[in-house]
Write a protein that binds this ligand. Structure first.
Ligand SMILES: [Zn+2]
Length: 372
């Protein structure tokens, strides 16, 4: 069902598909790809883009006065009421939004947290990876909100199945027309700022995934040959960077590898930029496929006074399972009525659907909502 999705995986050894060990047992891991867009699919997508490309800064002659703001719907999928079980704190979500907005400052795109929806479903929490489409389809069909320009983020655990150990995956803008229900980013909850995933817990996994969501490829797409990531100012890379290998030059000519680029696989602490060529591409991508009008990309200096501060929260501690969600901020954030959290008398309990025939997606969710 899912066509052009991109996934990042935590890899064990050199195998692209070995996700067996629990995250906590592996102190240093490369960020890798469970599934990337292959060249054939990319070429089809690029032909379509060339044929229909809308130049962002000339769309309808509009010139935006400031950043274009897109709404974000955050869906927190829980296994249980603990942080380890996916119950990320509201402050972590807010810090994640801050990190995302700082990363996107140079693009002229900003993101507004419109809603936070907490829902308990251990099956989705564990298995909503890109490989088994039925589970993610069920989740997204039930939860996705808004249209092509609305970013839906689902935080899950990737604890079982072929996608165990993933950091996240995303859909591309050009997929929206064919598979609107699939659109969005699915993210490992512990990659949020202050989360428990070593080296990938400063919030840049979401930045990377949203980079795909606005139409960017990996900087190492295609290796040293060909059109690569279709952006001229990101030097070609033979393979993903690991850690923060300053001075790496894996392809002859063209310059050093863009290891600090958000679309590489470096550690979160190593990532800090999109290039001007990427900004042009992503603005044209979302003008073409997400109907986001173009505009003047604001100079960074005009935005500096509005820079939100990054405060990395203390490591999350389990909250009371009976705690009401705290409003994320004083901003107009709608906190959708949450799915029930397990009773205090059963800490850590995993609530499953009733025995019997496997319910439909809607009845499965309704089961939890009825327990409010
Ligand atoms: Zn990626």
């Amino acid at each position: 069902m899912l066509f052009n999705f991109v996934a990042i995986a935590l890899l064990q050894g050199s195998s692209l598909f070995a996700f067996a060990n629990p995250l906590a047992e592996v102190p240093h891991r490369p960020r890798g790809c469970g599934s990337i867009i292959d060249e054939a699919k990319k070429n089809v997508a690029e032909l379509d883009f060339k044929a229909h490309r809308r130049i962002a800064t000339a769309v309808n002659g509009l010139l935006a006065a400031g950043p274009t703001t897109l709404n974000v719907h955050f869906h927190v999928i829980l296994k249980d009421g603990s942080v380890r079980g996916g119950n990320v704190t509201d402050s972590a979500i807010q810090e994640q939004m801050n990190v995302l907005n700082i990363a996107f400052l140079t693009t002229g795109i900003q993101f507004n947290l419109q809603s936070v929806n907490r829902l308990q479903n251990s099956r989705w929490f564990s298995g909503a990876g890109p490989t088994v489409s039925a589970i993610q389809d069920e989740m997204k069909t039930e939860l996705r909100q808004g249209g092509a320009a609305d970013l839906n983020v689902y935080t899950v655990g990737f604890e079982s199945g072929p996608d165990q150990g993933l950091l996240g995956y995303a859909t591309f803008p050009s997929d929206f027309e064919s598979f609107p229900e699939d659109d969005g980013v699915v993210l490992l909850h512990s990659t949020l700022p202050g989360g428990s995933t070593p080296d990938y817990n400063l919030g840049q996994t979401l930045t990377h995934e949203v980079g795909h969501w606005v139409g960017l490829y990996h900087t190492f797409q295609g290796g040293c040959r060909g059109a690569g990531d279709e952006v001229s100012d990101t030097p070609a890379e033979a393979s993903p960077a690991e850690g923060c290998p300053v001075g790496r030059d894996s392809c002859s000519g063209g310059g050093l590898d863009p290891i600090h680029n958000f679309m590489d696989y470096s550690f979160d602490s190593c990532m800090n930029n999109f290039t001007p060529g990427q900004v042009t591409r992503l603005r044209d991508q979302i003008a073409t496929y997400r109907n986001v009008p173009g505009g003047v990309i604001p100079p960074l200096s005009s935005l500096i006074p509005e820079l939100p501060s990054i405060v990395i929260p203390e490591p999350q501690v389990p909250s009371s399972v009976l705690e009401e969600p705290t409003p994320v901020s004083s901003a107009p954030v709608e906190v959708i009525p949450s799915a029930p959290i397990p009773e205090a008398s059963a800490p850590g309990a995993v609530y499953e659907a009733p025995a019997g025939p496997r319910p439909t997606a809607r009845s499965f969710v309704d089961f939890f909502r009825r327990k409010i």
